[in-house]
Design a binder for this molecule. Structure first.
Ligand SMILES: *Cc1c(COP(=O)(O)O)cnc(C)c1O
Length: 350
C-alpha cells in the first residue's frame, strides 16, 4: 500500500477535552479506486480535499453509501473495534442495493488497520471518548448518463469524538412523510435516505421536536425508526422493537442491545409495534421508556413523543433499561467490563 504522510501533524491543535461530533478529522485518510471492474490503488494520503469532476455521478444520481463505527483505546492503550465485520458486510449490502461494487473484506480491513496504525494517536483516551470511523463509497465516473457509474472511490475518514451526553429528546411520530418504502432503500445506509429525512425533520423541529419517529409509508400506523436510529420501547417491563425489514436498517447497536437485554433476563419482543399500542399503553400509564439506539450516541432516551395533538410522556425515571443497556454495551466496547459475546476485536499492528 502506498503511504503518503503529512509533513506535520495537526494533532496539537485539537482540544481533546472539548470534542463535538464529526467536525475534526485525523491527519490521514484511506482511499481505493474502482475502475475496469476492480478495486485497486489502495493508498493512504493526507486528509485533504479531493479533485473530482463536476460531472461525477455522485452529484447527479446520488450513488453513495456509508458506514459508521468506532475505535476505542483501553487503559493499556490497546485498540479495539466493535463488531467490525458487521460494518464491512453491511457496507456491501448497502452498495449492492445501490448497484455499486462492494469493497472486498481484505481491502476494508487492511485499509482501516493501516490508517489506524498511522493515526493511532488520534484515538482519544478517557471515559466515553472514541474515534469515529466513517467508511464510504461514492460514484466518481464523470458522465451524466443516467446509469450506474463504472467508477467509484472507497474512502475511510477518522474523527475523534467525545462522550456523547445527549439530553433526552422529544420526538414526533410521522403522519405524513416517510423515510423508507416497501421495496426501497430504507435498509441500506444510503446517503439519500438522510437527504430525504432532513426536510420533515426541519418541520418537526419548528414544532418544538428534536427528531421524527418514522412510521410505515403505507399506513403510518407502525413504528419504524427514530431519526437515524433504531427505536425501542418499554411497556411495563417488556422491551419491544420492530423487526428489521427492507424499510428498517439492521443496526448493530440494536441487535447488540437485544442480546444484552436477553442475557439480563429482560423480556424482549421483536414484533410490529403500532402507534395505537403506544397510545393505549400511555393512557394506562404503562409506557415506561422509549429510546433510540445507534453507534454515535449508543442510546438516546426519549422523554416525550408527540402524535397529532397528543403528547405521551415516559413514566420510568429510575432504573431505566436504557441506562442499564447503555452501561453494559459501553463496558464491552471500551473493555472496562466483561465481553462474554466476544464482540470486541483487538487491532494489532504487524
Ligand atoms: C446507522 C443507522 C442506524 C444505527 O445503526 P448502528 O449499526 O447501530 O450504528 C439506525 N438507523 C439508521 C437509519 C441508520 O442509518
Amino acid at each position: 500500500m502506498q503511504i503518503t504522510k503529512i509533513n506535520k501533524s495537526k494533532i496539537s491543535t485539537v482540544d481533546f477535552n472539548n470534542l463535538a461530533f464529526g467536525n475534526i478529522f485525523s491527519d490521514h485518510m484511506f482511499i481505493a479506486d474502482y475502475k475496469d471492474g476492480e478495486w485497486s490503488n489502495s493508498r493512504i494520503t493526507p486528509y485533504e480535499p479531493l479533485t473530482i469532476s463536476p460531472a461525477s455521478k455522485i452529484f447527479h444520481y446520488g450513488q453513495a453509501v456509508f458506514e459508521g463505527m468506532k475505535a476505542y483505546k483501553d487503559a493499556k492503550e490497546q485498540i479495539w473495534l466493535f463488531r467490525p465485520d458487521e460494518n464491512q458486510k453491511r457496507l456491501n449490502l448497502s452498495a449492492e442495493r445501490l448497484d455499486m461494487p462492494g469493497v472486498p473484506k481484505k481491502i476494508f480491513h487492511e485499509g482501516l488497520e493501516e490508517l489506524l496504525k498511522l493515526d493511532s494517536e488520534w484515538i482519544p483516551k478517557g471515559k466515553g471518548k472514541s474515534l469515529y470511523i466513517r467508511p464510504f463509497i461514492f460514484a466518481s465516473e464523470d458522465t451524466i448518463i443516467a446509469t450506474s457509474s463504472l467508477e467509484y472511490k472507497f474512502i475511510i475518514l477518522l474523527s475523534p469524538v467525545g462522550a456523547y451526553f445527549s439530553k433526552d429528546v422529544k420526538l414526533k411520530i410521522a403522519d405524513k412523510y416517510s423515510r423508507a418504502a416497501n421495496g426501497g432503500v430504507g435498509f441500506a445506509k444510503a446517503a439519500g435516505n438522510y437527504a430525504s429525512s432532513f426536510y420533515p425533520t426541519r418541520l418537526a423541529k419548528k414544532e418544538g421536536f428534536d427528531q421524527v419517529i418514522w412510521t410505515d409509508d403505507a399506513t403510518h400506523t407502525l413504528i419504524e425508526e427514530a431519526g437515524v436510529m433504531n427505536v425501542m420501547f418499554r411497556i411495563n417491563d417488556k422491551l419491544i422493537t420492530a423487526p428489521t425489514s427492507d424499510r428498517i436498517l439492521d443496526g448493530i447497536t440494536r441487535k447488540s442491545l437485544l442480546e444484552i437485554a436477553r442475557s439480563e433476563n429482560i423480556a424482549v419482543e421483536v414484533r410490529d409495534i403500532s402507534v395505537k399500542e403506544l397510545l393505549e399503553a400511555n393512557k394506562k400509564g404503562e409506557l415506561q421508556e422509549a429510546f433510540g439506539c445507534g453507534t454515535a450516541a449508543i442510546v438516546s432516551p426519549i422523554y416525550a413523543i408527540g402524535y397529532k395533538d397528543i403528547t405521551m410522556e415516559m413514566t420510568q425515571k429510575e432504573n431505566r433499561y436504557s441506562e442499564l443497556l447503555k452501561a453494559k454495551l459501553f463496558e464491552i466496547q471500551t473493555k472496562t467490563g466483561e465481553d462474554k459475546f466476544g464482540w470486541s476485536k483487538q487491532v494489532t499492528f504487524s
